[in-house]
Design a protein around this ligand. Structure first.
Ligand SMILES: O=C(O)c1cc(=O)[nH]c(=O)n1[C@@H]1O[C@H](COP(=O)(O)O)[C@@H](O)[C@H]1O
Length: 276
């Protein structure tokens, strides 16, 4: 999906919501467990209930890989089910030497090879340029680089002072020399909202993937106050806060209600910022 297609989806749906498909077999409703692929069955119903309210879905690879071959099949079925006009992000947080990254890129981007053709992947920047650029060989695909994460542990490395600012600022400045804002997004946690002003100095137009609203307590309004741009420039994720709103037969409707609440707040922010 191109940048202009993404922006047009945001304007059309009046939303910049990403629904996180962190699907935990121990948290899904009991009645789904009689289906041949309960994880896919859960995701399918969540997607049916929320597709008109969100512009992205983000399955987190760990929740699928932890089930071995069956989990991989659930992930492939889920990717296939995500409507093609909605950004599909695989949250894999990969990072390795070039020839290994080639294989990760093939695994998640090359449908003919693996059965999956995600639009975007989360990557760690720690191993540098040659670990990240292999993903860029795939035209039209995005890399989403971890910059300032929502985790408490972000202070261990990401705030280290370098001659060029905090380490996370150095990451953004350097990665911006690898490709433009039509190929690179950054992860910035919603729990770090006051840092968005500084980040916008180095990444004025890059889309930021913002997890941490909902279960982790980040504020959507604060993220927008400091981070929204004329093109929106934000994709805000909520996983547990949406998909586990209820664990009865009504789970999909309850998920829709939570997604709708966020979409309505996002619409207000988009109007306030003059994006729509
Ligand atoms: O890359 C991510 O998506 C990510 C980065 C980060 O800094 N913090 C973070 O929570 N995430 C992911 O975003 C999702 C957040 O889930 P909830 O806290 O349930 O909304 C999980 O899949 C996390 O792995």
């Amino acid at each position: 999906m191109t940048r202009s297609q993404l922006i047009s989806q945001i304007k059309q749906k009046r939303s910049f919501l990403c629904v996180g498909l962190d699907t935990d077999i121990n948290k899904i409703p009991e009645f789904l467990k009689t289906y041949p692929d309960p994880i896919f069955e859960f995701n399918k119903r969540i997607i049916d209930a929320t597709a008109d309210l969100c512009i992205a879905y983000k399955p987190n690879a760990a929740f699928y890989e932890s089930h071995g071959v069956k989990g991989l099949q659930s992930l492939i079925s889920t990717w296939k089910y995500i409507p093609k006009n909605i950004l599909s992000i695989i949250d894999a947080k990969r990072g390795d030497i070039g020839n290994t990254s080639d294989m990760y890129a093939r695994a998640f981007f090359d449908e003919a090879a693996s059965g999956m053709g995600f639009d975007a992947i989360t990557v760690t920047p720690y191993m540098g340029n040659d670990s990240v650029t292999p993903y860029l060989k795939y035209d039209g695909k995005w890399i989403i680089i971890l910059a300032l994460t929502s985790s408490a542990g972000s202070k261990d490395f990401q705030y280290i002072e370098t001659p060029d600012g905090h380490l996370y600022e150095t990451v953004i400045k350097k990665a911006n020399t690898w490709a433009g804002d039509d190929r690179i997004m950054y992860v910035v946690g919603a729990t770090k909202s006051t840092e968005f002003t500084g980040i916008r100095k180095y990444a004025p137009d890059n889309f930021l993937l913002v997890p941490g609203v909902g279960a982790q307590g980040g504020s959507l309004q604060e993220v927008c106050q400091y981070g929204i741009t004329k093109d929106c420039g934000l994709i805000v994720n909520s996983s547990r806060g949406i998909i586990y709103a209820d664990n009865t037969e009504n789970f999909a409707e309850a998920a829709r209600e939570e997604a709708k609440k966020l979409q309505q707040q996002m619409e207000e922010e988009l109007v306030k910022a003059g994006v729509i």
